[in-house]
Design a protein around this ligand. Structure first.
Ligand code: GLV
Length: 298
């Protein structure tokens, strides 16, 4: 999935750091010489890299990486630019839903001049699922704008004065939310999470922002929730399946706006720097940045 332009940036940053880099599987002459592998998805024959120490996902997520051979660590890219980009997309989407923009864009396409009531930010109750490095800044930013904000995370640990619910209190969290933001990683616990039963726990007329992973949402359940008025409108950056086929009903549904998984795209320089930081930490016996806990899956 890499490009020539990206390869050049990586080559330069690696040369400046006095590290050797081989770009592309075809260029690997000696598999035994490779200790660190940066990729979106590792090659199927990963076992050939007998001295591999760490696989580094060039994205924020690692759900695309299959289980690795024993002893090989997995790191996800930590990048302030990724965090910033997701935050912008999510805040934009929350504001669009809060100010009825999905409806106005549909009305505009049909030449309809029809105002709807404006809510004050404090009247919109935002629930952020996933209160980690991406979700927490989103929650803080929206709270600073005056929205009522609560969080949901596996642990339910409170964050910066933002009420955060844990897995056992999911129902209370959903009942108290009318604009739901999903930023969860894809794990066994979150696959298929947004089902009929899940949507039914939200108040009628809720709004949805989804920038987690497509496999977390049942699109048929979303359609029923929209038809029942449970969900009023949605902004999706991830879909199920992904890419969404051209003839999928959701493209033409005026209650949904879809963007093609662009909330964040790994910046070349941040990506290469993260790889160099991982190598340095690994060589010097420090904890690898972005180390994934294989039992949690993120
Ligand atoms: C994008 O979704 C990423 O994982 O970086």
């Amino acid at each position: 999935m890499s490009t020539q332009e990206r390869a050049e940036v990586w080559q330069k940053l690696f040369a400046d750091a006095d590290e050797e880099i081989v770009i592309g599987e075809a260029a690997v002459v000696d598999h035994d010489a490779i200790t660190h592998l940066a990729c979106w998805k590792p090659p199927a024959d990963i076992g050939r890299y007998r001295n591999l120490r760490v696989v580094i996902s060039v994205g924020a997520g690692v759900d695309q990486v299959p289980p690795l051979p024993e002893g090989v660590n997995l790191s996800r890219t930590l990048s302030p630019r990724i965090d910033q980009m997701v935050c912008e997309w999510v805040v934009m989407s929350a504001l669009m839903l809060h100010r009825n923009m999905v409806t106005y864009i549909d009305q505009a396409s049909r030449g309809i001049w029809k105002p709807h009531a404006n809510l004050m930010t404090r009247e919109t109750r935002i629930g952020v699922m996933g209160m980690g490095r991406v979700g927490l800044p989103v929650a803080r930013c929206l709270k600073n704008m005056g929205f009522h904000v609560s969080g949901f995370s596996r642990s339910g640990r409170p964050n910066d004065g933002i009420t955060t619910y844990g897995a056992r209190d999911m129902d209370v969290f959903l009942a108290d939310t009318n604009l739901l933001i999903c930023l969860l990683p894809l794990t066994d616990d979150t696959r298929g999470l947004m089902s009929d039963a899940f949507f039914n726990k939200l108040p009628m007329g809720s709004r949805l922002v989804h920038a987690g992973r497509g496999a977390q949402i049942d699109m048929t359940a979303l359609r029923s929730a929209l038809d029942q008025g449970r969900i009023e409108s949605a902004m999706l950056d991830v879909t199920n399946p992904e890419p969404l086929p051209e003839n999928h009903w959701a493209w033409a549904d005026p209650r949904i706006i879809i963007t093609p998984h662009i909330a964040s795209v790994t910046d070349y320089e941040d990506g290469a720097r993260h790889v160099l930081e991982v190598i340095d930490a690994d060589r010097n016996g420090r904890i690898i940045p972005g180390l994934v806990d294989s039992t949690l899956g993120y």
